[in-house]
Design a protein around this ligand. Structure first.
Ligand SMILES: O=C(CO)COP(=O)(O)O
Length: 249
């Protein structure tokens, strides 16, 4: 049985009181399952609430949705990887499509952020994915592989091998359109091959998650795909009952 990662990206939702209610419901109803880890990416202001809720659980972990590439200094409004680590975060999303396409984050910036995460002892989850026009132009694999190589450029093999990757086609995020299992299979296989090329056999064990309109109805078909090692879920992770159904699939 493969090992799975279920990650909830709450984006700009769930204030501390909401996060607390969610985590209370979730932790009361979800018993550890040996084959899976559950990750929460709350907004930074609610991280402490999620941390408190998972303190006694080895199967539940928390991370942040973004980090800055500098370790500290005069960068008003930013959170460094070391600050996030100090607050208990174990993971950081890096290069999420909203960072890339709403905030203009570049491949070079994702690379600096991956390096910062590694320095701080945080696991980067590097997000890659093509826009609709790139898919229609037949550039899906080019874009995803470029983002993968650029994000990990200059990062030593041991840290690439202990990172995570998420494939999130931009056209599938928040749109209700999901990649078919066959679409996901093609991209995940290409990402896997590239990881193995980069770091050898250890690349075979890097979790590659699928994200984009995942819900309780389509999750089973997606996690059944070879090289899909879990899911990164936005909208459907905001409701505790729905998230419970997803992580139990
Ligand atoms: O961006 C996503 C997770 O990081 C996906 O969001 P949705 O699940 O809302 O499509």
């Amino acid at each position: 049985m493969k090992s799975l990662v279920f990650a909830a990206n709450w984006k700009m939702n769930q204030a501390p009181a909401d996060a607390e209610a969610f985590m209370r419901t979730f932790t009361a109803q979800y018993a550890k399952q040996q084959d899976r880890r559950v990750l929460f990416f709350p907004p930074a202001v609610s991280l402490h609430v999620c941390m408190a809720a998972v303190r006694t659980r080895s199967d539940l972990e928390c991370g942040v949705q973004n980090i800055h590439w500098e370790d500290k200094g005069a960068f008003t409004g930013e959170t460094s990887a070391s600050l996030a680590r100090g607050a208990g975060a174990r993971h950081a999303l890096i290069g999420h499509s909203e960072r890339r396409h709403v905030f203009g984050e570049t491949d070079a910036e994702t690379n600096k952020k991956v390096a910062a995460a590694v320095r701080a002892g945080i696991t980067p989850m590097l997000c890659v994915g093509e826009k609709l026009e790139e898919r229609e132009a037949g550039k899906t694999l080019d874009v995803c592989l470029r983002q993968l190589r650029a994000g990990f450029e200059g990062i030593d093999a041991a840290h690439v091998a202990s990172a995570m990757v998420a494939y999130e086609p931009v056209w599938a995020i928040g749109t209700g359109k999901t990649a078919t299992p066959a679409d996901a299979a093609e991209v995940h296989a290409a990402l896997r091959a590239e990881l193995v090329r980069m770091v050898g056999e250890r690349g075979g064990a890097v979790p590659i998650l699928y994200g984009g309109s995942v819900n309780r109805s389509n999750v089973e078909a997606l996690i059944a795909v070879e090289d899909v090692d879990g899911v990164l879920v936005g909208g459907a992770s905001l409701d505790a009952e729905q998230w419970l159904a997803i992580v139990r699939s």
